[in-house]
Design a protein around this ligand. Structure first.
Ligand code: MRU
Length: 353
């Protein structure tokens, strides 16, 4: 839904169902898909009608409620068993973004901790899904504002480079990396955003630029292989990206291509920030080597749009994410403040600013 302030909400509860902005059709078409069943929600996550780590979490939370609503028993044990199957289905959709697993666990916990009737559990599940949605929006606004404190002081107006789409579309609204960009724009600290196109699915070209156009944020689109050249020319003051899962040591998984961006930023002395909610931090994983990396189908790299660009049937490798080592990250910007990656585990105690 876009409002008069051009805010974008990719997942909303409306008319007793979930309305998702169909992100596979942007920017050509701004259309909604109505989801009534948990299976359809699982499919929407898999096919990336809804995508971006926090948005997947919000969608999965509603998917859990839709699944709960489908269960026709008043027996608590049977209900919880069937709900567990819904959780398994939703968990199987995409492996890397930990927000998905975080949201499902929070929904399961809410169900198990409610001692009332099955109807009461269903009601609690609905309220929990709504809370996850609302909280994520507030969290993103906090991330955006916290990010302002760590951006370079000079020049007065910054040019920021981002990768993929870590915007309103990828969250409940406002965005993480784009949340920082939005806050900088609001405070008069942003000259321009550079957006990597982000092969193979082009989330930067299709979604990030679309969001900027909605808000009048000046944006320059580049292809992924132009970033080093732009940095060498002195066009970029800071890089801000999102994350799908951050390990306890600060290694951060994000859209494929993020790692090489961090390397070139380092070699040009340009600060490299990861903006993400604390729900993206997987404290159970000691380092990024343990983060499961999704591999997607070959059509994404065989084709541009519907046009085949390769000889047919060639061998392929299509990892959707890579892991940026903590030592390449200047700071991780969360809703609680910005932390040096090494201090992430003590995130409640040590803030950079
Ligand atoms: O495959 P996608 O489009 O779901 O990947 C999205 C990203 O990599 C985002 O940068 C990440 O989820 C952060 S979203 C705030």
């Amino acid at each position: 839904m876009t409002s008069s302030t051009n805010q974008v909400y990719p997942v909303i509860w409306h008319n007793n169902a979930v309305s998702l902005i169909d992100q596979t059709r942007l920017p050509n078409e701004y259309a909604f898909v109505e989801i009534h069943r948990s299976e359809d929600m699982a499919q929407a996550i898999k096919t990336m009608i809804v995508r971006g780590a926090p948005a997947i979490g919000v969608a999965a939370a509603y998917g859990m409620y839709l699944g709960a609503r489908e269960i026709e028993t008043s027996d608590r044990h049977q209900f919880l068993d069937r709900l567990d199957q819904v959780a398994q289905l939703l968990r199987s959709t995409r492996p890397t973004a930990v927000n998905l697993f975080w949201a499902i666990s929070r929904m399961m916990k809410a169900a198990y901790e409610t001692l009332g009737t099955v109807d009461e559990i269903k009601q609690i599940l609905f309220q929990t899904a709504q809370s996850i949605n609302v909280e994520d929006l507030q969290t993103c606004q906090a991330i955006g504002d916290r990010g302002l404190a760590v951006l370079p002081n000079t020049p007065e107006k910054l040019t920021i480079l981002t990768h993929c789409n870590a915007g309103a579309l990828a969250t409940a609204g406002y965005g993480t990396a784009l949340g920082v960009v939005r806050s900088a724009w609001r405070e008069g600290r942003l000259a321009r955003l550079f957006a990597d196109e982000t092969r193979p699915r082009l989330q930067g070209a299709k979604l990030t630029t679309w969001e900027c156009v909605q808000e009048g944020i000046p944006v320059t689109l580049i292809t992924d292989n132009m970033a080093a050249h732009c940095m060498k020319q002195g066009l970029i003051d800071a890089v801000v990206v999102g994350a799908d899962r951050i390990a306890a040591n600060g290694d951060a998984a994000n859209k494929i291509g993020t790692y090489s961006l961090a390397i070139v930023a380092k070699s040009h002395n340009i600060p490299f920030f990861v903006a993400a909610p604390l729900s993206t931090v997987d404290f159970e994983l000691s380092d990024g080597g343990k983060i499961p990396i999704e591999e997607r189908n070959p059509e994404e790299i065989y084709q541009i749009g519907d046009t085949l660009i390769t000889p047919s049937g060639i061998d392929y490798y299509n990892p959707a994410f890579d892991v940026t080592p903590a030592e390449l990250i200047t700071a991780i910007i969360t809703e609680n403040g910005a932390f040096a990656p090494a201090n992430l585990a003590k995130s409640h105690l040590k803030q950079i600013r």
